[in-house]
Design a protein around this ligand. Structure first.
Ligand SMILES: [Zn+2]
Length: 265
């Protein structure tokens, strides 16, 4: 474990040197055994690709993906979980807020700065109704992972500034768009000083259209400590949310707000 931490910390500080080392090794191998050179480069690219798509590897930045499962016997007899919504505010936010209010449940919304600028009243409503907010980039652009770290950092800062201007609240957490963390995003997030927040239970509510299937996918994986990833814009989300909140209550689970203090790896 210690070796892994040492290797990871070296890799984060010397990513370019690591790339050059692999290329140098491949060039060296090429004259002796071309297939091996090809395999070394392919393996390196695959490892980086898999790590970029999977925040849990922590290769580029440490990520927090669970809440403390035990909130104390009196406050959370069945344990704690957290519900989070990405990409807000959207056309679906008001309906989701109404359902949360009816069930007296608080959640965390990861805000896209451009969406907040377009729907500032909805962002204010999220905060006024007692929900937590996090930074989810300003542009949420598909091209963001391929930009320079300085550009990604500027996008993160622009999102925080937009949220603060609208609500007076400065976000203390960052969740990368698409859950992608590559060397550039890792460097930008580390420089921003914001903890990088993932999830432990991906609902796939943007892909699963059947309410029955979606509810069963979430409830079968729900356990104390879980951080559930949802979105407030798919039509299916408000269809399953009331049943999900009822099931959470039936299991005596308490929904807590995400914060750097409530989170753990
Ligand atoms: Zn997103």
């Amino acid at each position: 474990m210690q070796i892994n931490i040492t290797v990871i910390s070296w890799f984060r500080r010397h990513t370019l040197a690591a790339h050059l080392l692999v290329i140098a090794l491949a060039v060296l191998l090429y004259s002796l055994w071309p297939v091996a050179a090809f395999l070394v480069v392919s393996l390196y690219v695959v490892v980086l690709g898999v790590a970029s798509m999977n925040m849990a590897t922590n290769l580029f930045v440490d990520t927090l993906r669970h809440v403390h499962p035990d909130g104390g016997a009196s406050s959370a007899p069945g344990g704690q979980i957290a519900i989070s919504f990405d990409d807000s505010p959207t056309a679906g936010t008001a309906q989701v807020l109404a359902i949360l209010k009816a069930h007296d449940v608080k959640a965390t919304f990861f805000i896209v700065g451009a969406h907040a600028a377009a729907r500032p009243d909805l962002l204010r409503q999220i905060v006024q109704e007692g929900h937590a907010i996090g930074n989810h980039s300003y542009s949420h652009a598909h091209t963001l992972p391929f930009r320079r770290p300085a550009t990604i950092l500027a996008d993160i800062q622009r999102c925080s500034e937009t949220i603060t201007d609208i609500t007076g609240v400065t976000p203390r957490m960052y969740r990368p768009p698409f859950g992608v963390v590559n060397p550039g995003i890792g460097q930008a997030v580390r420089t921003s000083g914001l903890p990088c927040v993932g999830w432990s239970l991906r609902s796939f509510d943007t892909a699963i259209a059947s309410p029955t299937r979606l509810l069963s996918r979430i409830t079968s994986r729900l356990e104390p400590g879980a951080v559930v990833l949802l979105h407030d814009y798919p039509a299916v989300t408000p269809q399953v949310l009331p049943d999900l909140l009822q099931e959470i209550k039936r299991r005596n689970l308490t929904c807590v707000l995400l914060s750097p203090e409530a989170l753990q790896p």
